[in-house]
Design a protein around this ligand. Structure first.
Ligand code: FAD
Ligand code: EPU
Length: 338
């Protein structure tokens, strides 16, 4: 394990933003991390754990230690023939892990195919897509307390998972490095095609018999058709969360916009589609020099080349103001701003 100085972070974030880390170390094991804890500047340096860098926007250089988490390994830890627990190192690529499960017939995360990033970040914001969230299959995770070096296990009920939320984004923020995550999967699949677009895509694919690999492929097809591929156009997926608002506000908006995209949460609240709000505010496809709003998904801000992180942040601020002025809805950023 080596500590490098003044490291360019562009290859390490899917937005493709130029920024430098004062120090950076790649850890491939808990032993590596413990060695790093012995470094003379460890306690006094600000620290940022980095996975695949697909939910981060660097708005400036990082004046501290970036710890690239590369803990590897996939292990079946329980298997009664039907129910299983599978554990993966935090540095495993998420999509490759999903493909490993799909090809072995382990059901439960096929709807989460093609989400960029690593296993270790999956609990951070309780990743979700196409009707499934990580909390639906989460068993437990192992983490190391950054200050004491002690290994800690977090069970499902200790993570406070919510929509794009967990304890790790709130009270436990920056306190732990997640080293592995274990998920509960099944051999007999409970197919989740509740997201309308999946049914449609399965029909387009000519699928007559449901399988987890067919669902995975349908999700891959849908995602590839509307989300920009970060290897071609820099982005971090949805820049904002879908806002949850009082029913009264949604009803008020619907009077002027009968096609308002919304989903019920409880009797008093609905979730609105932020992409719809941003599109109606005139931002979809807007290009400001090297950056802008994706033309197929207004929730995704993009870097077409050499944009600065701060410019993309400023654009997100302008979008927030215009959605607030037009609809009275406050958007909250999903991406981690550094
Ligand atoms: P990073 O960006 O590296 O880190 C994210 C945060 O987690 C940071 O605060 C970081 O410090 C922290 N962190 C990372 N690893 C660890 C660790 N081991 N221990 C402690 N803290 C850690 N997200 C969804 O939920 N659903 C989607 O459908 C979705 N689609 C996307 C599509 C595209 C094209 C892109 C680019 C992104 C998308 N995302 C989506 C967002 C992103 O893929 C997820 O948030 C993913 O889990 C981030 O993983 P990462 O390893 O890249 O995390
Ligand atoms: N919409 C528009 N205009 C747009 C974009 C969307 O009107 O430019 C409307 C769509 O027509 C649809 C609704 O908004 O009625 C929802 O759109 P979509 O199905 O594309 O999903 P989303 O709500 O925009 C969320 C997640 C995605 C996840 C998809 C699929 C959030 C913040 N985003 O997007 O997650 O992949 O659902 O489940 O919840 C991410 O978190 O980075 C991410 C990509």
């Amino acid at each position: 394990m080596q500590i490098e100085d003044n490291v360019a972070l562009k290859p390490y974030n899917t937005f493709g933003i130029e920024a430098n880390a004062k120090h950076m170390a790649t850890c491939t094991s808990v032993d590596d991390f413990n060695e790093l804890r012995g470094w003379k500047n460890f306690n006094t340096s600000p620290k940022l754990i980095l996975g695949g860098g697909s939910n981060i926007l660097f708005t400036k250089d990082y004046d501290g230690l970036v710890i690239k988490n590369d803990f590897k390994g996939i292990e079946l830890v329980e298997d009664d023939g039907e129910n299983l627990v599978i554990k993966a190192g935090a540095g495993e690529n998420w999509h490759q892990f999903v493909m490993h499960c799909v090809s072995n017939g382990y059901a439960g995360i096929e709807n989460l195919s093609l989400i960029p990033g690593n296993v270790g970040a999956s609990p951070m914001q309780n990743i979700g897509a196409y009707g499934v969230e990580i909390k639906d299959v989460f068993h437990q995770l192992t983490a190391v307390d950054m200050s004491s070096g002690e290994e800690v296990i977090f069970k499902l009920d200790e993570c406070n998972f919510g929509y794009r939320e967990s304890i790790f984004k709130n009270t436990a923020k920056d306190k732990y490095i997640i080293t592995s995550v274990a998920y509960r999967l099944k051999r007999t699949a409970q197919f989740n095609t509740s997201y309308g677009a999946i049914e449609q895509e399965l029909e387009n694919m000519g699928v007559t018999e449901l399988s987890i690999s067919a669902i995975s492929q349908a999700v891959i097809n849908i995602r590839s058709s509307k989300l920009p591929d970060p290897s071609k156009i820099g982005n971090a997926g949805s820049f904002f969360k879908n806002p949850v608002v009082p029913v009264e506000l949604a009803d008020k908006i619907r009077k002027d916009y009968p096609n308002l995209a919304s989903y019920p949460i409880d009797t008093a609240h609905v979730k609105l589609a932020a992409g719809w709000l941003i599109e109606q505010s005139g931002w979809k496809g807007k290009k400001l020099g090297d950056y802008g709003v994706h033309d197929k998904q207004a929730l995704v801000l993009v870097n077409y080349g050499n944009a600065k992180g701060i410019d993309i942040f400023d654009l997100s601020e302008q979008i927030k103001v215009s959605v607030k002025n037009k609809f009275g809805v406050e958007l909250e950023r999903e991406v981690n701003i550094i």
